[in-house]
Every structure is written in structure tokens, then in C-alpha cells.
Design a protein around this ligand. Structure first.
Ligand SMILES: Cc1cc2nc3c(=O)[nH]c(=O)nc-3n(C[C@H](O)[C@H](O)[C@H](O)COP(=O)(O)O)c2cc1C
Length: 706
């Protein structure tokens, strides 16, 4: 191992009475992968064990309910509400201890934000919430009554009953052998509902003044101390700022920290936000690294117990710096550990470039999993939630694999197939690998996508995958390959309307093209320039290309219109991103983000299509009621996309063992593409066939003859 570049990151720290080997903390992450009764299973163990193997010093397991009956934050969260759950929890604790990590379980009651049950949700008050980005989103709406769903204020008896359940839950965590327990007082969940001046308008002893709003959590702390003894360390996670008008801001959070320390709390885990404001709560791509560090920094000045900061921490250099500067005692990583559980080992070994940095897309871990009641996944790490990708078996026989198209699906297929021992050749039409990911690189606020592009390109180089640039192979050239994977992505639709060939018309790919001539990833000469765009622009489409073009051009000060045939724009988008984007489109900015995003608000024209593009830029639109209107613009950007699968048909006719993956198969998103690529990379094995569903399969039993 090389010399330790990060002496602060890799120095021990004491929490309560135990020592943590380094300053890297996995902040609680509900992976919603437990059994239906909240018990631990192998998937939960594997997730946490990999992070412990990966060198993380302190692992706080995600939200675990103290009372399944009244609230689960996600349908398959962990539970700590029955003694029969203790043996499973003990196995979980042991699996982390085996690899040197200290640990904790976060106890959380979701209150109004429960994903389950669906009716009669308990809260500090009966305040109705509009929280479409929460995993409990379908049960808490502004129109809750109309939908027959309700939130009600807890009675004082119920509050005391639940305090007892929190304490019993903590006792089970202690019995299971965990080093500590954490209380979830952040993000608008039940404890936060009591703590927040925005939510808690009770006028009894549990609401109103600061000390009354803190009573619920403080009573829980006392009940745990009584049940588990004064030496069992208790941490509290809460938001340094809630980022909502009337919510708790930093000065009160400092006051809370002092109070918690006085009451014997052993560590503070400072988060951000409340779910009404999903931006700071879940930080989509727009949020820069460490944007929330200032809250821990301020709180740390007022207490002696360890303080953890979190939110968009990705780079070990940055983490080392804030530790060195004394802004925090520990760095808390959630999504980064999902994208790469081996972050700490890679940092310690000085192999920063090997870290698969989380791009904060929230697609795999949130939109397409917890929000829709599935086990957690990751857009860029296929091993999350799919253990087939951990330590997969090398192929018995080395095959020749052709990947046509060097975008995310093709590159992930190439990576996994090569790791399994196959010989892979990637044919790429352009002079650069990366495909559709690259379009985000030029969009302010979206360029974290470049991190993934660079990581996967680095892997392809490191693995020695052969790449043929500016190459579209003919069927004859592919005859020598055992399998052909068509990953040619999507193409922009060019409808046959009057004016489509005008100089004013370009595609979103033309606009989002990167300018840099001297890119290490563009080995060939002749990189095309991005398109020139006028001051007023109409974007026609409703997918990533349209949204990203609007953001890029909006940030450059252009006046932007978006035309979509749909009833609203970007209903497919991950909701935390959509919340921030919509605010930016309206002329504002996401909470916690600095400055104004665009000079002009972006105008969305829904339920409409383009009929004609006039010579002087008059674009004729028609809406769903067949009413026509005209917008005068300098540039029209085409951004509707469809599958680009012409090569697949050609190869299939030629009798090749071929399949299509990624957008070429169905236009989706990065997670869809990477998952497709990973799956086929794992499938390719001796004895390949095309099955009756037109998919490549292997390993049919020998008696099956086709
Ligand atoms: C899938 C997922 C599950 C989460 N579960 C929890 C949880 O159980 N408890 C909690 O306090 N925060 C939870 N969070 C929030 C994270 O701990 C963290 O504060 C947030 O993702 C921002 O930090 P990051 O950039 O390191 O991910 C969750 C976040 C995600 C994406």
C-alpha cells in the first residue's frame, strides 16, 4: 500500500466508549431490502458487509422501525420491534465487526411519511403535507382527504407508548451486539415532525416552545438510557437547516446540539432538509460537493461530542481537507457507498481514480426502487441488490464478443464480459467512448455524469478492451464473433414537416457536444464543434436531451421554450431533480443552491406539437384542441428520441448471434442501460443461443436440442 495521503481521514476517533478505526462513516441508508417482517436477510448482510470490507470505520444501518404497525418508512425497511428479530440483527452486527467496522442502527418512525400503512398515519400534528419525492409519497398529499388518506396528531398516551417502543428497539439493537444506536430526527420523519417549528404547532407539552418541541426526542434518549444503561452510546441525526419557511435554521440546531450533549448524547449526525423541500434533503446532481459542511462546522464549535457531516461527499481530497480544517469529526457517505462500497480502501491505497463516484442521479437508489416499493438498486453499480455481480464466476471458455456502440450499455457489457475472461472488441462510430452520458458533461449542474464516463472509460483502458473508433462493422466482419451486442443507443427523430431542413434546426446532440479539443478520450482528429444557437430557442422533445438542453441554454442566458406533446414536461424525471429543475425553470433556484439559475424563466408549452418551421423562425404549433399558435425563435432543437436499432436487424438477417441492449432496445435511462449491459456481460458463456424471445441465453440443459 502506498503512503497514506489522507492522515486525518484514516486516524481513529472515540465515540462514547468505543474507538472507530477511521473517520469514514456510512450515514444511515434504508436499502429497503429486509424481509417483509423487517427481519435481516442475506441481502442486508451482504450490503453492509461489503462496506465493512471496503474499510468504512463506522456503519450506521438505515431507518429501522420501532413499530411496524404504525409506520414503516419503506415497505421492506428493517424493524426492531420484536425480540425474534434479534438473532438476525446479531448476524448483521457480526458481519460488519468481522471486518473491523464499528456500527449502529438508526431507529426511525416515519410518522406522516410512512410508506406503510396507508391509512391513519400518526404525526406530531394533523398538518397535511405535499411530498411527492418521499418514499411515502402516495399516502401524503395535499388532497389527502379526497383520496381517503389521513394524518392525525398523536395523543399524549400514544406518544409515551411510542417513546417506550423506541427504547425497546434500542435495547434489541444493544442485545444484538451493535456498538450504538442512532435516532432519526431529520428529513421530516416523526422525531423531526416534533422538533420542527414548521410542523409542530401543538399547544401541549410536546409542542410550541423550543424545549417542548425537543421533549419527544429527549424523552426517548432518557428511556433508552434507562433501558440500555448510561454507557450505551446514542447518536442523533437531524437537519442543520430544514430549508423551509418557518422551519428550523442553524441557530436553533446549535441550541439543540448543546441540549443533546447535556442529556448524554454521544454523537451528532448533521444532515439537511425536510421532505417538502427534496433538494437539500436528497441533494440531486445540482448540489456541489460538501454544500452542507457549514452546518456541522458551526455546530461543532459548540459541542465536544463527535460531529458527522454528510451530503454530496465524494472525493477523499475534499474529505481530508474538511477534517484537517476541523470543520467536522467524521465524513458521512450514503450514496457514495452504494456506488462504491470500497471507497475507503481505494482512498487509503491512493487509488482515487478507481473510485466509482456517485453521480447523485437518485434513479436507482430512489426513483426506481424505494419510491416504487422495490429493493434498492444503483444506476452505476449493478451489484447493489443483485449479488450475482459480487465475485462473479469467470467464464469456462473464452469467447469473442463484439460490442457495437460505446455508450454506457456497451461499455458495461464490455467491462463485465472482460472481467469474466472473454475477449471483447468495442466498435464505436465516433472517436470517443461514452455515448449519451457525454451530453450531460456540458450542462452546468449535471456534469457529475462525467465522473461516471471517466470511470468506465478508465476501466475499459485498464482492462485492455480493444476499441475500434470510427467504425461501424458490416455483418461479414462480425462472423468471427461468438456474440454481437448492439448498443447503438437512441437517435433523434426528424419529423417530415415543412422547414425541418432549415439552418435554424439542429439536434440536442449538436448543442450539447463538448468543445474541448484536447480531450484524452478523443484520440482521433476532427472533433466537431457544438452548434451555434441564437438568443431565443425552441426545444421540441420530452426526454433527457430536452431537459439538459434547456438547462444548458437557460444557464447561458438564452430565452427557452420547450414544446411537448405530453400534458406536462418531464413526468419521467426523478422527482427530487424535477422539483429543483421546475424551480429553476420558473426563475428561482433549488434551496441551498446559490445564485439565480437562469436570466429568463423557461416556458413549457405542454400538450402541443410543431407543425411547421417558417423561414424567419416562426414556429407553428398545434395543441390537443387543434388550436394553432406561433412562436418566433432563432433556433429549433430537436430532442425527441427513439431506439436506434437498424444495425440489429441487419445483423440478425445475417444470422449472427446478436442481441440489443440499452437505448437501442428501449429508450430508458442510465440505470436501464448499465443494467442491460451488466446482465448480458454475465450471461455470455459457452453454448450461446437466441431464445424464442430473441434474447441471448446460455447453459440450456444438454438434452434440449434447438
Ligand atoms: C436510498 C436512500 C436511502 C436513505 N435512507 C436514509 C435513512 O434510512 N436514514 C437517514 O437518515 N437518511 C437516509 N438517506 C439520506 C442519506 O443518508 C444522505 O443524507 C443523503 O443521501 C445525502 O448524502 P449522500 O450524498 O452521501 O448520499 C437515504 C438516502 C438514500 C438515497
Amino acid at each position: 500500500m502506498s503512503e497514506n495521503k489522507y492522515p486525518h481521514l484514516f486516524s481513529p476517533i472515540t465515540i462514547g466508549k468505543f474507538e472507530v478505526p477511521n473517520r469514514v462513516c456510512h450515514v444511515p441508508t434504508d436499502i429497503s431490502s429486509a424481509n417483509a417482517d423487517g427481519s435481516v436477510n442475506q441481502r442486508v448482510i451482504t450490503y453492509h458487509e461489503e462496506i465493512a470490507k471496503g474499510g468504512c470505520g463506522f456503519i450506521i444501518c438505515g431507518a429501522s422501525t420501532p413499530d411496524k404497525k404504525t409506520g414503516r418508512p419503506t415497505v421492506t425497511c428493517l424493524a426492531v420491534d420484536e425480540d425474534p428479530l434479534i438473532p438476525g440483527l446479531a448476524e448483521l452486527a457480526e458481519a460488519m465487526h468481522r471486518h473491523g467496522a464499528k456500527n449502529s442502527v438508526q431507529i426511525q418512525h416515519p410518522g406522516r411519511q410512512a410508506a406503510w400503512p396507508r391509512k391513519d398515519l400518526i404525526s406530531a400534528t394533523d398538518m397535511v403535507a405535499d411530498i411527492p419525492a418521499s418514499a411515502g409519497h402516495e399516502v401524503v398529499y395535499a388532497q389527502a382527504e379526497a383520496r381517503g388518506k389521513s394524518i392525525r396528531a398523536m395523543s399524549v398516551d400514544e406518544i409515551y407508548d411510542l417513546i417506550e417502543k423506541f427504547a425497546e428497539g434500542a435495547w434489541r439493537v444493544q442485545q444484538a451486539g451493535f456498538d450504538s444506536v442512532e435516532l432519526h430526527g431529520a428529513h421530516g420523519y416523526l422525531i423531526a415532525q416534533f422538533m420542527s417549528p414548521y410542523v409542530n404547532k401543538r399547544n401541549d407539552r410536546f409542542g410550541g416552545s423550543f424545549s417542548s418541541r425537543m421533549r419527544f426526542v429527549i424523552e426517548i434518549v432518557h428511556a433508552i438510557q434507562f433501558k440500555c444503561g448510561p454507557d450505551f452510546p446514542i447518536g442523533i441525526r437531524y437537519s442543520g437547516e430544514e430549508w423551509i419557511e418557518g422551519g428550523r435554521m442553524l441557530d436553533e440546531s446549535v441550541q439543540a446540539a448543546v441540549l443533546f450533549e447535556e442529556h448524554g448524547v454521544s454523537f451528532l449526525d448533521i444532515s439537511a432538509g425536510i421532505f417538502e423541500m427534496p433538494g437539500p434533503t436528497m441533494d440531486p446532481m445540482y448540489y456541489p460537493q460538501g454544500w452542507n459542511t457549514y452546518t456541522a462546522e458551526e455546530i461543532k464549535k459548540h459541542v465536544k461530542i463527535p460531529v458527522i457531516t454528510s451530503h454530496t461527499l465524494r472525493d477523499p481530497d475534499y474529505c481530508e481537507r474538511i477534517l484537517k480544517e476541523g470543520k467536522t469529526d467524521m465524513v458521512g457517505l450514503s450514496r457514495q457507498m452504494i456506488a462504491d462500497p470500497y471507497w475507503a480502501n481505494k482512498a487509503k491505497a491512493g487509488k482515487k481514480e478507481e473510485i466509482r463516484k456517485c453521480i447523485s442521479c437518485l434513479v436507482g437508489c430512489w426513483q426506481e426502487s424505494l419510491m416504487i416499493k422495490r429493493h434498492m438498486r444503483c444506476a452505476i453499480n449493478p451489484a447493489i441488490g443483485d449479488e450475482r455481480f459480487i465475485d462473479f464466476k469467470p467464464a469456462d471458455k473464452k469467447l469473442n464478443v463484439a460490442v457495437v456502440g460505446g455508450g454506457p450499455a456497451g461499455l458495461e457489457a464490455a467491462r463485465i464480459a472482460t472481467l469474466r475472461g472473454h475477449k471483447v472488441t468495442v466498435f464505436e462510430k465516433s472517436s470517443e467512448l461514452g455515448g449519451a452520458i457525454l451530453y450531460c458533461c456540458t450542462v452546468a449542474g449535471k456534469n457529475k455524469m462525467r465522473w461516471y464516463a471517466d470511470w468506465i472509460r478508465h476501466q475499459i483502458t485498464k482492462l485492455g478492451v480493444e476499441v475500434k473508433y470510427e467504425s461501424v462493422p458490416k455483418p461479414a466482419e462480425l462472423k468471427k464473433y461468438d456474440a454481437v451486442l448492439v448498443s447503438t443507443g437512441s437517435e433523434t427523430v426528424r419529423p417530415d414537416i415543412k422547414g425541418i431542413d432549415s439552418d435554424r434546426v439542429c439536434t440536442f446532440q449538436d448543442v450539447l457536444r463538448c468543445k474541448s479539443k484536447n480531450c484524452e478520450f478523443w484520440p482521433q482528429k476532427g472533433k466537431p464543434e457544438p452548434a451555434e444557437v441564437g438568443d431565443t430557442v425552441l426545444i421540441w422533445g420530452d426526454h433527457y436531451g430536452a431537459a439538459d438542453t434547456a438547462e444548458k441554454l437557460g444557464a447561458e442566458g438564452k430565452k427557452v421554450y420547450i414544446v411537448t406533446e405530453n400534458a406536462s414536461f418531464a413526468s419521467w424525471m426523478e422527482p427530487c431533480h424535477k422539483d429543483v429543475m421546475d424551480k429553476r425553470f420558473k426563475g428561482g433556484q433549488g434551496e441551498g443552491l446559490k445564485g439565480k439559475a437562469f436570466a429568463h424563466p423557461v416556458t413549457v408549452i405542454p400538450d402541443s406539437s410543431v407543425l411547421e418551421i417558417g423561414k424567419s423562425g416562426e414556429v407553428v404549433l398545434v395543441n390537443g384542441r387543434f388550436e394553432r399558435s406561433t412562436v418566433k425563435v432563432d433556433t429549433v432543437v430537436l430532442a425527441n428520441v427513439r431506439e436506434n436499432d437498424a444495425l440489429y436487424d441487419e445483423y440478425k438477417k445475417a444470422g449472427l448471434v446478436v442481441t440489443k441492449i440499452g437505448d437501442a432496445k428501449k429508450v430508458k435511462n442510465l440505470r436501464g442501460a448499465v443494467t442491460d449491459g451488466a446482465n448480458i456481460g454475465l450471461t455470455i458463456t459457452e453454448d450461446l443461443r437466441i431464445n424464442a424471445n430473441d434474447e441471448i441465453i446460455a447453459n440450456l440443459p444438454t438434452e434440449i436440442e434447438l
